[in-house]
Structure formats: structure tokens, C-alpha cells
Ligand binder design. Structure first.
Ligand code: SAM
Length: 239
């Protein structure tokens, strides 16, 4: 059965994450990721967010717009299981799902209503820059937080990798950090790379590859070392 009401974007999310690779696999894992939910007409009205500032966290319902064309799959191989085992789509947070809808809890820092524009300043999101938001709701602790809930294959937060900077990368970081366009840059890079964004099958063996993640308009280059992950270079993105 299909519904007559069309789903439309009420907002778009602005985040530091310019490509899917490297985005944390769930919200709340990288609190240094700051961004905005920018409401669009006809929803960008002060009245539409009246009272929202009383809440510390929000639910964002959104569309996995970059994966819609690929459709959905009945089973998926969650990275948690090393990519070897299949689970049903509805038993996972796969991005390849019917209707392509995702949901994330994010921290709300401020509600901005300036020059007829409404935007919500948030952090801790796991969303690609430009993600269409289809609904926004306050997080209600007494009901949304369930003590002793069973988390299946994702009971615990992922184990973090040790992240270091080469001498060159450290100098570049110090330069870029002075630019207000890159808030909390060191913490953002460390937080993202500590998740070890590589696909599960890569983690099992020696890995000489030079990796890159795109944060803001910067490319962050990194390699695997004996002790974890080393950032080797920060540079302006080469688009
Ligand atoms: N917390 C959400 C949920 O459970 O529905 C998302 C979980 S999903 C596993 C998170 C991943 O979605 C990110 O690591 C990123 O690779 C991917 N992603 C984020 N925004 C996306 C978008 N707009 N289109 C496609 N994939 C996206």
C-alpha cells in the first residue's frame, strides 16, 4: 500500500562530513562534530520550533539520499560482525532499506531564528552534509531511554583506535585550527579516526594503504601503524 501524502524535506543538515566514508556509524560517537539543521520553506517559521529550546537532544528523521538509487536488500552484512555474517535488514541499521529512512539522536545547542531563517545548532550527528531531514522531534528521556535494554550485536560502543599525528600533520593541524571554519578540528579528526572507518575485511590483515577522509573542505590522509592510526597530512580538498 502506498500513501497519498508525499514525504518532503523540512530541512537539510549541514555537517563536516563531505563523504560517506569516515562518518561514524551511529550518532553520539563524535561529539566534536558540530553542524546545523537548516529549515526550508514553508517549515522555516519561528512558530514551528517554538519550545524546542527546552530540550537538550533531538530525534532527526532523515533520508539516506545518497543510497536511494541502490534500493534495499533483504539481508545485510553488518560491519560489527566483520562483514562475514548476514542479518535481516530490519535487524540492522543498514542504509539500504525500504523507504531509505534513518533516525538519529543529536545534541541540540541552540535554536537560531535570524533574518527569517530558522536553524538548529547540533552536534554528534552521523549524517552526510546535505542530508534531507524529513522530521524533527524532541528526545524525551523518560520514554526514549530504556534502562537495561538489549542491544543485540551492538550492545557496547565500538572499541576505539589510538590516533596520532605525524610531525608534518601536527604542524598543518596547528595552522588549520586557527581558522574558525574548522571548530574543534583536532578532536573531530581524532574522534572520526578512532572509529577506524575501514571496512571490516581490511582490519584482519596488514594494511599498507593510504586512506583519506573529507572533513569540512579538508582532506585528512592517514595510514595504519603498529600502534593504531597515524594522520600523515591535512590539506585543502582537491575537488
Ligand atoms: N543513526 C542512523 C540510523 O540508525 O538510522 C544512521 C545509521 S547508518 C549505519 C550511519 C551511516 O549512514 C553513516 O556512517 C554514513 O556512512 C551513512 N550516511 C549518513 N548520511 C547518509 C546519507 N544522506 N545518505 C547515505 N548514507 C548516509
Amino acid at each position: 500500500m502506498s500513501f497519498s501524502n508525499q514525504i518532503q524535506a523540512v530541512a537539510y543538515c549541514r555537517t563536516p562530513y563531505k563523504q560517506k566514508f569516515g562518518i561514524p556509524r551511529q550518532p553520539g560517537l563524535v561529539s566534536a562534530a558540530r553542524g546545523f539543521v537548516e529549515l526550508v520553506p514553508p517549515f522555516n517559521q519561528i512558530d514551528a520550533v517554538r519550545g524546542l529550546e527546552q530540550y537538550s537532544h533531538l530525534w532527526l528523521l532523515f533520508c539516506f539520499h545518497e543510497n536511494l538509487a541502490a534500493g534495499w536488500k533483504t539481508t545485510v552484512r553488518p560491519p560489527r560482525l566483520g562483514g562475514n555474517e548476514k542479518l535481516g535488514v530490519f535487524a540492522t541499521r543498514s542504509t539500504f532499506r525500504p523507504n531509505g529512512i534513518g533516525q538519529s539522536v543529536v545534541k541540540l545547542h541552540a535554536v537560531h531564528t535570524r533574518n527569517g531563517k530558522v536553524s538548529l545548532e547540533i552536534s554528534g550527528m552521523d549524517l552526510l552534509d546535505g542530508t534531507p531531514i524529513i522530521d524533527i522531534k524532541p528526545y524525551i528521556p523518560f520514554s526514549d531511554s530504556i534502562e537495561n535494554a538489549q542491544g543485540g550485536i551492538a550492545q557496547e560502543a565500538p572499541v576505539l583506535a589510538n590516533v596520532s599525528f605525524s610531525g608534518q600533520a601536527q604542524k598543518q593541524l596547528e595552522q588549520y585550527q586557527q581558522n574558525p571554519a574548522y571548530p574543534r578540528l583536532a578532536e573531530l579528526i581524532e574522534g572520526v579516526l578512532a572509529q577506524d572507518p575501514r571496512p571490516a575485511y581490511k582490519k584482519a590483515k596488514a594494511d599498507p594503504k593510504l586512506y583519506q577522509v573529507a572533513l569540512y573542505d579538508l582532506d585528512i590522509l592517514w595510514v595504519i601503524t603498529d600502534t593504531g592510526i597515524e594522520v600523515t597530512e591535512l590539506r585543502a580538498s582537491q575537488v
